[in-house]
Design a protein around this ligand. Structure first.
Ligand code: HDD
Length: 723
């Protein structure tokens, strides 16, 4: 008879994670809605063992929620049925407009902890006291897709952080890429219209591989630096946990005397940078369209709290004027090698939301929400955003009181004379709703505080009123080239591949050609590779407003591969087992993964699991058809001899190994697995990334090798374009 089942699911056979330094996660108790939610937002306590009575929104107990009120058993439904009407009315109004961009997103709560005081340059309260924690809420998103689009679209990721500081909220509304497509906000509607589905046919969804997008891009040379970033694997993150974040614009920090220091904000993931490959992304979207949100949910609930360091690049007017590019131009970076990033704090996400709509959907970020000591710059993209975000919340959340929604409300005192409006939730008592006044115990409050209050930087106006793009914004190619040359060869190859793929979906040859004409200004080799991939001649270089500066030094900080973790912690192995799998080998592998703080999922022909060689019944997390290898960072294939013979004729099992091979993953091969690799056509191609797993020694080498995340040399053997 089978022994009791160890869990075959994630996180070390279901145990609490070993990361002992972390606070154990609060268990997420699955409850029914009605038991926890009061209509006024308060919690209604229900005595243990009791079930709450179902009520209408007005609190009237409901006797029958199965049948509408009818005239006779088979008669028409009556208008008088207020319970039915209220229920349907509320359902009909459940949806609010999705965000016009960044509609698909996922969020979590956490805190920011200051590790290095910035009191020397800013009076912002959040940056004063080392060790102090400030509550934070972070929403990650894709840009172009609608709310239900898949997570692994090739797209920029939003990285929006709301800090609930003691002197008001601060929204740092950034992306996972430090530059942007356009320099002036007036072009934002055009950019987004071009990227989103075409208005006549309403496709394609959540992708840029179409004529409209590349038409706009080919006519917008300022986008070229961003194009290099979005064609890189930065737009295919493995997880929200493995991507950087950037404030993008130059902001200002202000000290108590109003002195200004320019600042650029960076988020650096503790888990290291990691992306997936394009073919894998396409398949993940089918296998698990919620791949990123599931990953965040699972990691936080397992106590493996995602963490980022906050870094700042600080500089003054003199540096700004000496820098080759305009610091107000959002299509440019300041390389870390020129201006180091100073780490000043950490962001930890340690709590999932209770209700997706209330928190993730209703959270409203606004770039202009800054506390005293932080200010905006004249970057024309940021200036435009400062209008757009407030405006969009009115449309999306329905009124000016979106700041009363708990997720948006400041966690410090709020007092002013603004009143009423739709859904006003925090309503002051008393008579005076104007200022100045002489009512109240202390006449006239609340009053301004000239010392504590927010003050803008006293910038001097910069000349006549004009619609003009400054000369200092005119270089469109130099940093695009610098980014490209900062990549490892495999990363450069992926950029070329992505351009060929995207432009192959563009139907008009003149648009393809115009895009490649810009690539000529970036790098002749890249232009030649892409032209060859498209089967077209290399066109003349596009006319450049400024010639490309080919002397910019590459920056190691821009490569994903060079900034990986070199460890397998937090990553996941898919272990394929069958009846008769060697129990000792399975135990050795899972123990080694445990020791590495890595995860695993058991994949088996049947979801009920497999009976191991010692008679243990091992539950499966995935049936083989539902758990393809694209869901894992590496795979181990440990069937018994009989099991391997069965798997060898099973298409999903063959896909499991061929996909892992094609995606350059490390593959652990159990002693009896050969028939599967034989039938899958891989047996003659196995390389050093395909490692035998026979005993403890092999297992240790395999887990160690997995720390490199991918065996990149293989890609040259599995890609026709590379041969
Ligand atoms: Fe934006 C949402 C990031 C340029 C107008 N943007 C939005 C979100 C992020 C960004 C992360 C989602 C916030 C959330 O999770 O709720 N946007 C950026 C970055 C930009 C940028 C990093 C360039 C540096 N955006 C930009 C411009 C405009 C907008 C130039 C308009 C002039 N963005 C919006 C918006 C959104 C938005 C329409 C849609 C939903 C929302 O604001 O709350 O106002």
């Amino acid at each position: 008879m089978a022994k009791p089942a160890p869990s075959g699911s994630t996180k070390k056979a279901g145990e609490t994670p070993k990361k002992a330094t972390k606070t154990p996660p609060e268990a997420k108790v699955e409850t029914s809605f009605a038991e926890t939610q009061g209509s006024g937002g308060e919690t209604h306590q229900v005595a243990e063992g009791d079930v709450a009575v179902l009520t209408t929104q007005q609190g009237v107990p409901v006797a029958d929620d199965q049948n509408s009120l009818k005239q006779g058993a088979r008669g028409p439904t009556l208008l008088e049925d207020f319970h039915f009407r209220e229920k349907i009315f509320h359902f009909d109004h459940e949806r609010i407009p999705e965000r016009v961009v960044h509609a698909r997103g996922y969020a979590a709560h956490g805190f920011f902890e200051l590790t290095d005081s910035l009191a020397d340059v800013t009076r912002a309260d959040i940056f004063q006291r080392v060790g102090e924690r400030t509550p934070a809420f972070v929403r990650f998103s894709t840009v172009a897709g609608s709310k239900g689009s898949p997570d692994l679209a090739r797209d920029v990721r939003g990285f929006a952080v709301k800090f609930y500081t003691k002197e008001g909220n601060w929204d740092l509304v950034g992306n996972n890429i430090p530059v942007f497509f356009i320099q002036d906000a007036i072009k934002f509607p055009d950019l987004i219209h071009a990227a989103k589905p075409a208005p006549d046919r309403a496709f394609p969804q959540a992708q840029t591989a179409h004529d409209n997008f590349w038409d706009f891009i080919s006519l917008t040379p300022e986008s070229m630096h961003m194009i290099m970033w979005i064609m890189s694997d930065r737009t295919l993150p493995r997880s929200f946990r493995t991507m950087e974040g950037f404030g993008v614009h130059t902001f200002r920090l202000l000290d108590a005397d109003g002195r200004s220091t320019f600042v650029k904000f960076h988020w650096k993931p503790k888990a290291g940078l990691q992306s997936v490959v394009w073919n894998e992304a396409v398949k993940i979207n089918g296998a698990d369209p919620d791949f990123h949100r599931r990953d965040l949910w699972d990691a936080i609930n397992a106590g493996d709290f995602p963490e980022w360091e906050l870094g700042v690049q600080l500089f003054d007017e003199e540096f700004a004027n000496s820098f080759d590019f305009d610091v107000l131009d959002s299509t440019k970076i300041i390389p870390e090698e020129i201006l180091p990033v100073r780490i000043v704090g950490r962001l930890v996400l340690d709590r999932v939301v209770d209700n997706f709509f209330a928190e993730t959907e209703q959270v409203a970020f606004c770039t202009q929400t800054v506390p005293p000591g932080i200010d905006v710059s004249n970057d024309p993209l940021l200036q435009g955003r400062n209008f757009s975000y407030l405006d969009t919340q009115l449309k999306r959340l329905g009124g000016p009181n979106f700041t009363h929604i708990p997720i948006n409300a400041a966690k410090c005192p709020v007092s002013n004379f603004q009143q009423d409006g739709h859904m006003a939730m925090t309503n002051p008592k008393g008579r005076a709703n104007y200022e100045p006044n002489t009512w109240g115990p202390v006449a006239g409050g609340p009053r301004e505080d000239p010392v504590k209050g927010f003050r803008s930087y006293a910038a001097e106006p910069d000349g006549p009123k004009l619609r003009i793009r400054p000369e200092s914004f005119a270089d469109h190619y130099s940093q695009a080239r610098q980014f490209l040359l900062s990549q490892e060869p495999i990363e450069q190859k992926h950029i070329g591949d992505a351009l060929v793929f995207e432009l192959s979906k563009v139907e008009r040859p003149d648009i393809r050609s115009r895009v490649v004409s810009h690539l000529v200004n970036i790098d002749a080799d890249l232009a030649a590779t892409v032209a060859d991939g498209l089967g077209m001649p290399v066109p003349e270089a596009a006319q450049a407003a400024r010639p490309t500066n080919t002397d910019l030094a590459p920056s190691a900080a821009l490569s994903i591969v060079r900034n990986g973790p070199n460890a397998f912690a937090g990553r996941k192995v898919g272990i394929l087992v069958t009846d008769g799998t060697d129990a000792k080998l399975f135990a050795a592998l899972t123990a080694a993964l445990d020791a590495e703080d890595a995860l695993f999922e058991v994949v088996a022909p049947k979801i009920g699991g497999a009976t191991l060689s010692d008679g243990t019944l091992l539950a499966a997390k995935q049936k083989i058809d539902g758990g393809p290898s694209v869901l894992f960072d590496a795979i181990a294939v440990l069937p018994s001899a009989e099991g391997a013979a069965l798997l060898a004729v099973d298409a999903p099992a063959k896909d499991f190994v061929t996909d892992a091979f094609a995606h350059c993953k490390f593959i652990g091969i159990g002693p009896k697995a050969e028939p599967l690799f034989q039938k899958a056509g891989l047996i003659d191609d196995l390389d050093e990334g395909c490692m035998p797993l026979t005993g403890a020694k092999d297992v240790a080498s395999f887990v160690e090798a997995c720390g490199a995340l991918r065996f990149w040399p293989r890609e040259l053997n599995v890609d026709l374009d590379a041969q």
